[in-house]
Ligand binder design. Structure first.
Ligand code: AHG
Ligand code: MN
Ligand code: MN
Length: 335
């Protein structure tokens, strides 16, 4: 095999500062959770786990069997280290407390979407897990302690269960990608220093929402569709996987822009994607890889959250395209 650096080697060599021991252990637990989740997803149909449950999560979305299974795997794997004070998940209404007998005055908060793109599980398309680590302001955190802007994240990452299982994360010093060797169970560094190309000719958006979008986003997509014959003078390609993790991984590899903008259907809920465990961790990775992440009018990482399950509009990826979309929004405000 051409690759030799495991995640453990990488962390030993690259992590510095007061959080080194804690991050090393927390990432090890996260990795073990993601390996278990990969197995659960792989054997989903064989185990009869591809269906939906009668329950809904706090967002009013029908839960899949695997949403709940992966949520439980993630909690179980991450509650024993003693470093984590509490967790928050897309699938759980309130703070997930560490059981009394496992509590050791943890100093960190772990936020996660255990299964991103879960509408794709029963059609065998890539899904992921997203996570974010914050400092805990208190030893017994309440929901308000989680409401920190994305710039406060110590670490953020995702696992992608695709043609191979990958782990991509940042601790604020660039973005590194690791691929799971299923024979040894080790993740090896295969994608050091991931960078998002500044320019792109590829966009990802759910086009069926076109008529509900605001004018700046419609204008941007109109110009992409006009291609060579329009102002952009180049043809664009489109992709829509409907798993943000898969979409953003593609953008890290070959550039592109991903959008789930505000639209008139989403106005009351503020957007589709969740700030704390979807938009913030992925935005941190995007910025660390040289890209930009915005709502259209505000840098996502600077939003001061008001609710743990808050939703936000998301526009992110290649820098010059995101800058263009921001400028279209500014023009709208001036009119
Ligand atoms: P989740 O499965 O965690 O609820 O997230 C799904 C999100 C995101 O991953 C994806 O980009 C988007 O929802 C898909 O939306 P559409 O159903 O509009 O395609
Ligand atoms: Mn999600
Ligand atoms: Mn999810």
């Amino acid at each position: 095999m051409a690759y030799h650096t495991t995640v453990k080697d990488f962390l030993a060599d690259h992590l510095q500062g007061p959080h080194k021991a804690a991050l090393t252990r927390m990432l090890d637990d996260i990795i073990n959770a993601c390996k278990k989740i990969a197995i659960a997803i792989d054997s989903g149909a064989l185990e009869g786990n591809m269906g939906s449950l009668a329950s809904e999560n706090i967002q009013g979305e029908v839960q899949k069997v695997l949403d709940v299974m992966t949520n439980n795997i993630f909690i179980e794997s991450n509650q024993r280290s003693g470093y984590i004070a509490a967790m928050a998940s897309e699938e759980v209404d309130n703070v997930i407390e560490i059981p009394e007998k496992l509590k050791k005055n943890g100093k960190y908060l772990l936020l996660f979407d255990p299964l991103d793109g879960s509408s794709n599980v029963n059609v065998n398309i890539s899904v992921g897990t997203i996570f974010s680590i914050l400092m805990s302001p208190s030893a017994n955190p309440i929901l308000a302690d989680f409401l920190q802007p994305g710039v406060s994240q110590l670490c953020a990452g995702y696992a992608l269960y695709g043609t191979s299982t990958m782990l991509v994360f940042t601790t604020g010093n660039g973005v590194s990608g690791f691929t799971l060797d299923i024979e040894s169970g080790e993740f090896y560094l295969t994608h050091p220093n991931m960078q998002i190309a500044t320019d792109t000719q590829e966009f990802a958006v759910n086009m069926s929402n076109y008529r509900f979008w605001q004018e700046p986003v419609q204008r941007y997509i109109d110009e992409c569709l006009q291609g060579e014959e329009g102002d952009r003078k180049k043809d664009f390609n489109m992709r829509w996987v409907a798993s943000m993790v898969a979409e953003m991984h593609r953008i890290l590899i070959r550039g592109g822009v991903f959008m789930y903008p505000i639209d008139s259907k989403l106005q009351t809920q503020g957007g589709k994607l969740r700030l704390m465990y979807e938009a913030n961790p992925i935005s941190y990775i995007v910025e660390q890889a040289g890209g930009l992440a915005t709502t259209g009018t505000q840098r996502i990482l600077e939003i001061v959250p008001t609710h743990i399950h808050q939703r936000v509009p998301v526009i992110m990826g290649s820098k010059s395209e995101v800058e263009r979309i921001i400028s279209y929004h500014q023009r709208k405000i001036r009119h």
